[in-house]
Design a protein around this ligand. Sequence first.
Ligand code: HEC
Ligand code: HEC
Length: 286
Amino acid sequence: MKTSLKGTLGMAAALAGLTLGTGLMAGEDDNLIVNEEIEMTVRAPAPEHVDAFDTIYSGWVFRSDETQALQADDFDNPAFVFVDTAIDSWNTVDGTEGKSCASCHEDPMESMAGVRAVYPKWNEQAGEVRTLEMQVNGCRTEQMGAEPWKYDGTDMVNMTALISVPSRGMPVDVSFDGPEREMWEKGKELYYTRTGQLELACANCHEDHYGDMIRADHLSQGQINGFPVYRLKNAKLNSAHARFKGCIRDTRAHTFAPGSDEFVALELYVATRGNGLSVEAPSVRN
Ligand code: HEC
Ligand code: HEC
């Protein structure tokens, strides 16, 4: 099976003018300790529901030494400029109720500890699976009387980075056997559905070929424990949905919009593939 998929991908790669080769994992044995304090779990036993491999790896493992080093210290991590911006917005009053996030949640380093690790999460009151972005906009519209932020706009992605900081080092622990199950199944189906001119599913790249080189890039397992990520390529923070969009575009397929039901389902499913890795966000990638 692996051989025939490799054949398919090889052909698809040739079609797209991609170069595909086998590479060694850049930092297979490296460990990540942030600020000489937070020990990250960058490899862990695969969750039971993942059949394709025994070990899951953070995307950090596949990056070059230079990129890896940027994540080891918050003073070097370019994402923290944006976290600072989000602290200002956390404290800024907005909307008809005259409230800021701080009015209700006080210090994010305390009130938001553990939150990133369990999202996306079923919201009983709303009767829906909510990503962190949806929850933030829920607070803006329902609690503050403020306009929702653009789903993958700057204000939002910076805020989700800030909210992630106090969960760093905690294991991702996203549920999928409760009322969120239906969305999870939908996400799983999307993960394995071949799309686009290249007829590639997420799994064809991130399950069958992680560790290989594609277009001079080192393929990871496509985990989202590091999201939002600062990308050297566009010098800003990027949401998981923006990344999904980019990956689907690369298969020459029509893609879904950030915040769409499809991407919420996909995020839920992909998040559970990383259960056991550390929350690393905001991380640094190329
Ligand atoms: C043609 C191969 C290909 C397909 C198909 C593909 N990706 Fe990717 N993806 C890549 C490459 C190349 C990268 C950049 C290197 C890396 O981080 O793996 C990447 C990166 C990612 C990342 C960033 C990981 C990190 O740690 O920063 C995520 C998340 C991701 N992909 C998810 C997906 C999802 C979900 C799908 C299906 C909708 C998908 N990808 C389909 C090639 C692919
Ligand atoms: C008027 C009070 C109020 C304001 C202002 C407010 N929130 Fe909330 N927030 C809540 C309440 C109440 C909940 C829990 C109930 C719920 O799930 O909606 C909550 C839940 C959350 C959660 C989910 C926490 C969890 O454990 O799942 C996040 C994240 C969050 N808020 C972020 C924000 C951000 C960011 C802002 C500012 C843009 C903000 N909130 C403004 C009242 C507020």
